[in-house]
Design a protein around this ligand. Structure first.
Ligand code: ZN
Length: 122
């Protein structure tokens, strides 16, 4: 064994869990603090448990609520736009409208041009 490169080994390292459970093991540190152990881990207890130290679950739930509210607001806005403007026109409808307008203009021009000087000259 090379000297001076190996850490000191503690055979009586006391591990303390967040649930209050303690046990002794070997480690290079004299004490350890853990969040979860064999006495409180859901795999061994069979109970559902959230390990949430930094409020991640709360933040996720808040985000989901905000997203749901956003969805409802967007749906309301879309419904209001539909009521105000009616359904959106397709390009075909717009083209048809423009063609009808042109035909009307041409028809009215033809009526007025009957009494035009060119027609009277014939
Ligand atoms: Zn524990």
């Amino acid at each position: 064994m090379k000297t001076g490169i190996h850490p000191q080994w503690h055979h009586d390292c006391v591990v303390t869990c967040g649930c209050g459970n303690t046990f002794v093991t070997g480690s290079i540190s004299p004490t350890l603090k853990v969040d979860i152990c064999g006495a409180c881990h859901p795999f061994f207890t069979g109970e559902m448990k959230f390990v949430d130290r930094q409020g991640r679950v709360d933040r996720f739930v808040q985000k989901m609520k905000a997203a749901e509210q956003n969805k409802q607001v967007k749906a309301l806005k879309a419904a209001k736009q539909l009521v105000n403007k009616g359904p959106a026109k397709s390009y075909q409808d717009i083209l048809r409208e423009q063609q009808n307008n042109l035909r009307r203009q041409a028809a009215s021009f033809a009526k007025t041009s009957d009494s035009s000087p060119v027609a009277q000259a014939k």
